[in-house]
Unconditional design. Structure first.
Ligand SMILES: [Mg+2]
Length: 113
C-alpha cells in the first residue's frame, strides 16, 4: 500500500468539502464524531457477526471501513492533527513497547512480554 501526504490531503479535502457543502460541521463536535466512529466500528463488527471470518462480504467491509476512515479524518481535522505524524508517532511508541526480540510471533500484551 502506498500512501503519501498528498493522498492524505486529497482525502481530507474531499471529506471536508462534502461536509461543508451540507453544512454538517455544526453537528461535528469531537464527542459526536467519536461516537459515530465507534458506531461504524460496531457496523464493521456486525459484518462478521455469526459468520466465519472468511465468509464476510468484502463489499460490506469496504463500506464500513470507509465510514470509519471518514470519521477518523473528520476527528483529525477537528483537532488540526497531522495524520501522518500521529500514525508515525504511534508506530514508534508501539515499536518501543513491543521490541522485536520479545514480541515476534507473540500475541501477548506489552505488559506481559
Ligand atoms: Mg456504516
Amino acid at each position: 500500500m502506498k500512501t503519501n501526504k498528498s493522498d492524505i490531503m486529497e482525502i481530507m479535502e474531499q471529506i471536508v468539502s462534502f461536509t461543508k457543502e451540507r453544512d454538517w460541521d455544526q453537528f461535528h463536535n469531537g464527542k459526536d464524531l467519536a461516537l459515530a466512529l465507534s458506531i461504524e466500528a460496531a457496523e464493521l463488527n456486525e459484518a462478521f457477526l455469526w459468520k466465519k471470518a472468511e465468509e464476510v462480504n468484502i463489499e460490506k467491509i469496504k463500506e464500513e471501513l470507509a465510514d470509519i476512515f471518514n470519521y477518523a479524518f473528520l476527528i483529525a481535522n477537528k483537532y488540526d492533527l497531522d495524520i501522518k505524524k500521529i500514525i508515525s508517532d504511534k508506530i514508534t511508541n508501539n515499536a518501543n513497547k513491543y521490541p522485536i526480540e520479545k514480541s515476534k510471533g507473540s500475541a501477548r500484551k506489552y505488559t506481559e512480554l
